[in-house]
Design a protein around this ligand. Sequence first.
Ligand code: IMP
Length: 178
Amino acid sequence: MNNVQVHDKEFEILLENDSINKRIRLIGIQLNVDYENRCPVFIGVLNGSFLFMADLIKEIDIACEIGFIRVASYHGTESVGEIKEAFGLPTDLKDRDVIIVEDIVDTGQTLKYILAKVQQQEPASVTVCSLLFKPAALKEPIAELNYVGFEIPNDFVVGYGLDYNGLGRNLKDIYRAV
Ligand code: IMP
C-alpha cells in the first residue's frame, strides 16, 4: 500500500479498510447482545465519526435511535484553558441507554466533556464506543470506554473520517504520520 501525502505531511498505512470492517462487525455483534431489548440511543460525535457510525449501525439489528452532536473547542485565556461547547445534544436522554460513538479517544478531554453533559440528563446508562484509542495519550481513565476498535500508538492518524487540517477524511484506510 502506497504512502499518501496530506498537506505537508506523509502518512503510511496503519489499518486497512478490510480489517476496520471486520472489527466493526465484531463490535456490532457484541452491541446486539449487550443491548438486546433496550433500544439504545447512539450519539455520534461529528465530524470524525460519520463513517464509523455509518458502518457500525449497519451491523446493529436491535431497535435503536441515532443522532449526532458537534463539539467546538475555543482556546480561552490561560487561566480558563480550553472551553468546549456541544451542539445538538438530544434533550430527552433521561432513563435511556446512551452509546456515544467516537472516531478516536486521544487525551480524552472531549469525551469527558460530552460524558458530563450527558450525565446531567440522568440516563439509565452511558457507554462509549470508539474506533480508535491512544492509551499513551489519555490524561485520566474513562470508565465508560467499553468498546474500542483498535488501540493505536501515540501517532497522528488520518483517514476513515479522521482529518489533518480538514483533509483526509475520505480515505478508506487509516494512515499514520511517518
Ligand atoms: P481528545 O479530546 O484529545 O481525546 O481528542 C479528541 C478529538 O481530537 C478527536 O475526536 C479527533 O477529532 C481529534 N484527534 C485526536 N487525535 C487525532 C489524530 O491522530 N488524528 C486526527 N484527529 C485526531
